[in-house]
Each structure stands twice: as structure tokens, then as C-alpha cells.
Design a protein around this ligand. Structure first.
Ligand SMILES: [Zn+2]
Length: 279
């Protein structure tokens, strides 16, 4: 059984078939999904918890957990009410992570200093609530020409404000190089791969993945985005995490069952969940 460590289950794009989509995931062998609570705006960061509460306990469905956080390009919306809402959400037992938070210099949006300030404020709340964090990081030009500006800034912030907590987290939809992967592992993070690992031009990323130890990796969909090959561009869904897991298994030279058990164990360990994590 697999865990999809990152899916936007509250997306509008599942409005018509959310229950069927979750059933398909369970049928495909997905025992657990971490639903990401960022909403369209900071005010919607409770959306993932609402989905959890709607479906948990129903038969034939994956076990759902939720996160809550303010996405980098919504950090200009942060005020005391938003921070208080985040704090209350992280106190809920189903909300096991703070995210996705981080730095995005790829898209035009919130100024970089506002993103950094917003990230640091959220780290303080996550630390107090003892919740691991889910990191989104995209450098200018998506790293073209080796530009890793957002990563350089992110790793400095995490070294100073997060390492001392010992709580760790997940580098979601990892897309950087070996240096960033190595420093992430050193910070106690897991590296999560999404459908882009399967894309034809992603050989440099596959080369990084192939060097990682089995106890450091996770798989995710980032659904509804980043559908794996050959469905790139279509609406993604958690059932398709199987294909990313197959790609990762081949890269690490292990059976698919071993990737499933390793990623499940890694997820359980990070969030201190019992072995009954899934359905
Ligand atoms: Zn995401």
C-alpha cells in the first residue's frame, strides 16, 4: 500500500467526483493521502481538514490527513487573524503538518522579503505546535542555468529557524540538484517526488533520485497538478501516485513493494504515526 504525501483534495476540480476519485485511489493501493490545506487564499486553509472529516471512517477510502499553511504567493495576506487560524488548525489531531509553505521566486507574486517573513512566522507556529513542515521551493527560472536563489535563501532560513526544533519535514515535489537534496537530508527532511520524475526531460532529477537512500524518500501526486506520464497535462489524482512509485523503484533498483513499504515507514516515522496509519 502506498501513501500519497501531497494532494490538493479540496481542489474545485474534484467538486463533481471527489468520493469516486478517493475510491479509485484506494482500489489502486493508496492507503493514505495527506491533503494539503492552502486553499486559493489563506482564508481557505481549512479546506483540507474539511475533506478529511467528510471522508474519514467511510469504507473503501484511503485514510486522510490534512495540513494547513499559507502558500508563498499568499503570504501578503498574513495578519494576526490568519496566524491565529493557522495555530488553531495545527492543534487539530488530523492536521499533522504545516504547509505547503516556502519560497517561490519562479512565479510573479508576493515580494521575496514578504515570502521570507511569512515563512518565518509560520515556522514559529509550527514549532510551537510540534508539526513537521511541507516545503515548496522554486528558484528563478526553475533553476535554469543553475540559479538556485530561492533554495539558497530557504536553506539559510531553515538552518537558523527550523533545525533547532528537530521536527524535520518534507521537500515537496523536489526538483533541484544533488547539493540541495544533500542539504535537505542534513536538515532532517524527507525528499518527496511527484509526477515530474516521470517526464522525458527529467533525467537530471532522476539522477538525483537514484543517489538517495531508501529511508529518505516519499512519493506524491501534487494532484490535481503534475500528472505523471503518459497523462501529463490532464487532471491528476492520488491513484496515479503508483506510476511515480514505479519510476522511483526502478531508479533505486528495488521492487515496487519495497518502495511502498519504505515510503510508508518514512511517512509514519516523520509524523510519529502508528503502524495502522492507513485504511
Ligand atoms: Zn502542492
Amino acid at each position: 500500500m502506498l501513501i500519497d504525501s501531497h494532494a490538493h483534495l479540496d481542489s474545485e476540480r474534484y467538486a463533481d467526483d471527489r468520493a469516486a476519485m478517493l475510491s479509485r485511489a484506494f482500489e489502486a493501493g493508496v492507503s493514505t493521502v495527506l491533503a494539503i490545506g492552502i486553499g486559493e487564499h489563506a482564508s481557505g486553509m481549512d479546506g483540507a481538514l474539511a475533506v478529511c472529516r467528510q471522508f474519514n471512517g467511510l469504507p473503501g477510502m484511503p485514510r486522510l490527513y490534512a495540513s494547513a499553511g499559507v502558500y508563498p504567493h499568499n503570504t501578503h495576506e498574513i495578519d494576526t487573524a490568519v496566524l491565529s487560524k493557522l495555530d488553531h488548525l495545527l492543534a487539530e489531531p488530523e492536521v499533522i503538518a504545516c504547509g505547503e509553505i516556502g519560497l517561490d521566486y519562479y512565479h510573479e507574486g508576493a515580494p521575496h522579503n514578504i515570502q521570507r517573513e511569512g515563512l518565518i512566522k509560520q515556522l514559529e507556529i509550527a514549532a510551537a505546535r510540534k508539526r513537521p513542515i511541507l516545503i515548496h521551493c522554486r528558484p528563478t527560472g526553475d533553476g535554469a542555468g543553475g540559479v538556485m536563489d530561492a533554495w539558497d535563501d530557504l536553506l539559510l532560513v531553515l538552518e537558523e529557524h527550523w533545525r533547532p526544533t528537530g521536527l524535520g519535514g518534507i521537500m515537496h515535489c523536489f526538483g533541484a540538484g544533488w547539493e540541495q537534496a544533500r542539504r535537505s537530508l542534513d536538515l532532517g527532511f524527507l525528499i518527496s517526488f511527484a509526477g515530474n520524475l516521470t517526464y522525458p526531460k527529467a533525467q537530471p532529477l532522476r539522477d538525483v533520485a537514484a543517489r538517495l537512500p531508501l529511508d529518505s524518500v516519499l512519493v506524491e501526486t501534487d494532484a490535481p497538478w503534475l500528472a505523471p506520464a503518459p497523462d501529463r497535462g490532464k487532471r491528476n489524482e492520488p491513484a496515479w501516485v503508483v506510476r511515480t512509485a514505479q519510476t522511483l523503484a526502478a531508479l533505486l533498483g528495488v521492487e515496487e513493494a519495497e518502495i511502498a513499504s519504505a515510503t510508508t515507514k518514512n511517512f509514519q516515522g516523520l509524523f510519529s504515526l502508528g503502524a495502522d496509519v492507513g485504511n
